[in-house]
Design a protein around this ligand. Structure first.
Ligand code: SIN
Length: 295
């Protein structure tokens, strides 16, 4: 179906499109909002340029795509529990950057985020791009044999390597002085999600494992699970399943966290990058579309 109230320019073959003709600081008409949402589902990540958003306007823009909520472990912006600032200062050199490994946001939660809207307040002159990978393309290009093998598998997800009692941010290590990240025993919890999930709105299947938070496969030894996860991650991040977004101050990305993974490239030591994210409440991943009338 064509778009009539917005311009949509695909960015790559499997994922991503840039949308023009939208000012996210103002309420969108019903038609525009429906079309923007349709593009979000179609392309799994959509981008907007030259936006100027106050915190309130960013939260309102987030509502076009879902329900903003407060995520654990990362201290939100004062007065705005739904917003987190993602900052790397010029002094933060040779240090892990937030979101720097392939991940689905908060996949360690029982109901991982539906998506997120990320707004660039200050982008480096070069570098700090974000890369997205289509987990539809990743699933759909597997062989029937591999699909059958994966179908019943349950992935184990945990924030332990990041937010757990001995995670990488403990004692302020690996995080910018401009961000406050909590490490607690709660961060060590493990959550189970199907390795192949069905998207609740498109009905398409997608892979749901990632580098940051998928720590194993239920019922398997580490030495059995690791090669499967390593293969899936290597496969899912093939260039042709990805798009790469070059930020400018005022750019916005909105991704569908159910159908895409992402990571931020850490190649701009010495420059400042300041992003603000509103995260959208998700639901529990499931394997199959429930049939009509099922309990
Ligand atoms: C994130 O994972 O939300 C951060 C992505 C980015 O900073 O580009």
């Amino acid at each position: 179906m064509a778009y009539e109230t917005i311009e949509v320019e695909p960015l790559a073959g499997s994922i991503g499109a840039e949308i023009a003709g939208v000012d996210l600081s103002k309420p969108l008409s019903n038609r525009q909002s429906d079309e923007v949402y349709r593009a979000f589902l179609e392309y799994s990540v959509v981008f907007f340029r030259d936006q100027d958003l106050s915190p309130e306007q960013e939260i309102a823009a987030g509502r076009v795509f879902g329900e903003p909520y407060s995520i654990p472990f990362v201290k939100p912006m004062d007065g705005y529990p739904e917003l987190i600032d993602i900052i790397k200062e010029p002094e933060d050199v040779k240090m892990y950057n937030f979101g720097g490994r392939w991940h689905h946001d908060v996949s360690f939660q029982e109901e991982p985020a539906k998506g997120a809207l990320l707004y660039a307040l200050e982008a480096p002159k070069w570098g700090g791009d974000t890369v997205f990978a289509s987990m539809y393309a990743a699933y759909e290009t597997l062989s029937d044999g591999m699909k059958a093998l994966l179908e019943p598998l349950v992935g184990l997800h945990s924030g332990r390597n990041s937010y757990g009692a001995s995670g990488k941010f403990v004692g302020g290590a690996n995080s910018s002085r401009s961000m406050q990240i909590e490490n607690t025993a709660e961060g060590d919890a493990v959550m189970e999600h199907p390795v192949v999930r069905t998207h609740p709105e498109t009905g398409r299947k997608c892979l749901f494992v990632n580098q940051n938070y998928t720590v194993g496969i239920k019922g398997m030894e580490e030495r059995e699970a690791r090669p499967i996860l390593d293969f899936l991650l290597e496969h899912a991040t093939r260039d042709e399943f990805t798009c790469r977004f070059r930020w400018r101050s005022g750019s916005v990305a909105v991704w569908d966290n159910r159908a895409a993974m992402h990571h931020a490239i850490n190649d701009y030591d010495g420059a400042r990058r300041h992003m603000r994210r509103v995260t959208l409440k998700g639901d529990r991943p499931f394997r199959e579309q429930p049939s009509a009338g099922a309990e």
